[in-house]
Design a protein around this ligand. Structure first.
Ligand SMILES: C[S@@+](CC[C@H](N)C(=O)[O-])C[C@H]1O[C@@H](n2cnc3c(N)ncnc32)[C@H](O)[C@@H]1O
Length: 433
């Protein structure tokens, strides 16, 4: 295909999907989103049909490819100058809590915002005007600062502010230290030899070190809360992404289940299932609900268990491992899987919900890039990784050859896939019981 044909077909794809969205909004009496107004904040509502959600994704992908196609090599580095300054400005604005000061329904002068937040007007103007080019805040008339739909969300969802500060002050700083980590440690799988370790001059693993700083621990918790509530990692995909009824009357052990929010959601939808939430004793102690008033106490129990020790329960119907394995390098992941494989009943299942990296270039660039963000973050903070399907298969085989990957499914809109693993006792074990 010639370059002119590619640009035309991308533009046509964008146009086709934009028309579909516009038509849907008109027929459903939904106002069109505009960069000039705060509402609606989303192009289409979250409950719009899946075909429209797919149209929105195709618009973003076509627009991204069109921008890349229209840019020449000399512009490549210029675009990075913009990106790092955008991140620095977002950090500045969130650190000084500028969004909180700007009124939601009207505008305020730069001088008044600066006085209220005790920052210099010069810095405020520079940072805000840069962010405005990314649709964060607006300047409806010269010298007046107002919200855009994005900056307004930072007021309505205060944890966005913590997330932004954590991303800009910690995650981005860690990422830039990958060079130093490679220079210092070379090839390593140690959780204490990461870009985070170089940056923080510590020998402690990420979570142990983070715990020493209350403010950053709080920001990280906000970040995790947003990750959990984000559409791509929503618990909804766990409910729809697997045929839970196929388990029949079963007990599921939710390994590393934290406060049990996945088990709670599943228990409410699938009355035949019982759950045992296992996590580190301290985590269970801190995060389980008050069992006296817990309405699901007959179907969900909590117990402290370290998954690096053999699973104490036997003849288990199924395990759920949601966002567990991606935190760990291969050796530890194999140990976790091996510790539960022996406790499964023959034919029992392990349901894994985690990222499966797409083969390079096999899907939309924007989707692949978002998953590669997770892969790099795992590398930079834990020396762990997101895995491609073949790597998942190799991991299962190395843990216990009876563990057979039966199906994988990535629910539409989900960042993670659901892997169904079955213990097949017709396959001989590789030395583990
Ligand atoms: C990323 S969170 C996932 C939580 C939950 N499965 C979910 O889907 O939201 C990882 C969980 O693993 C737990 N964890 C870490 N090390 C553990 C260990 N050695 N034994 C048991 N749980 C552990 C953490 O306490 C945390 O709750």
């Amino acid at each position: 295909m010639s370059h002119s044909a590619e640009i035309e077909s991308l533009a046509a794809e964008l146009h086709r999907n934009a028309i579909a969205i516009s038509l849907y909004c008109e027929q459903s009496n939904i106002p069109h989103k505009s960069l000039k107004s705060v509402t609606p904040a989303t192009l289409i509502p979250d409950d719009a049909p899946a075909s429209l959600q797919a149209a929105k994704e195709r618009i973003k992908e076509a627009a991204l490819r069109l921008t890349q196609l229209a840019s020449d090599p000399r512009e490549f580095l210029n675009s990075f100058q913009v990106e790092y300054q955008q991140l620095a400005c977002l950090r500045w604005l969130c650190h000084f809590k500028i969004p909180e000061q700007v009124p939601l329904s009207t505008s305020m002068s730069y001088e008044a915002v600066a006085a209220a937040t005790k920052v210099p007007v010069r810095q405020l103007k520079s940072a805000a005007r840069m962010a405005i080019t990314r649709n964060f805040l607006q300047e409806p008339e010269p010298g007046q600062l107002a919200h855009s739909s994005i900056s307004a969300a930072f007021v309505n969802v205060p944890s966005f502010n913590d997330w932004a500060v954590f991303m800009a002050s910690t995650s981005a700083m860690v990422a830039t230290n990958l060079v130093e980590a490679t220079q210092k440690y070379g090839e390593t799988k140690s959780k204490c030899e990461t870009a985070y370790n170089v940056w923080q001059h510590t020998d402690l693993p990420f979570f142990d070190h983070l715990q020493l700083d209350q403010e950053r621990t709080r920001q990280f918790a906000s970040y995790m809360k947003n990750v959990t509530s984000a559409k791509g990692t929503s618990i909804e995909h766990l409910l729809t992404g697997y045929d839970w009824d196929s388990l029949g009357n079963a007990t599921v052990i939710d390994l590393g289940g934290s406060n049990g929010h996945a088990s709670i959601a599943l228990a409410r939808h699938f009355p035949n299932l019982q759950f045992i939430v296992q996590d580190l004793a301290e985590t269970i102690e801190k995060s389980r609900p008050n069992m006296d008033s817990f309405d699901l106490k007959d179907r969900i129990t909590y117990e402290g268990h370290n998954f690096f020790t053999p699973e104490p329960r036997q003849n288990v119907d199924a395990f759920l491992l949601r966002m567990i394995i991606h935190d760990w390098p291969d050796a530890e992941s194999i140990e976790i899987l091996r510790n539960i494989a022996g406790s499964l009943k023959p034919g029992g299942r392990i349901i894994i919900m985690d990222t499966v990296l797409p083969a390079p270039g096999s899907g939309p660039r924007s989707v692949e890039a978002a998953l590669r963000v997770r892969d790099l973050a795992m590398l930079e903070t834990h020396n762990s990784k997101e895995r491609e399907l073949e790597e998942w298969e190799a991991l299962l085989k190395a843990a216990d050859s009876r563990l057979q990957l039966r199906s994988t499914h990535q629910p539409s809109g989900s960042m993670m896939s659901v892997l169904e693993v079955v213990r097949d006792d017709s396959v001989s074990t590789n030395g583990h019981s």
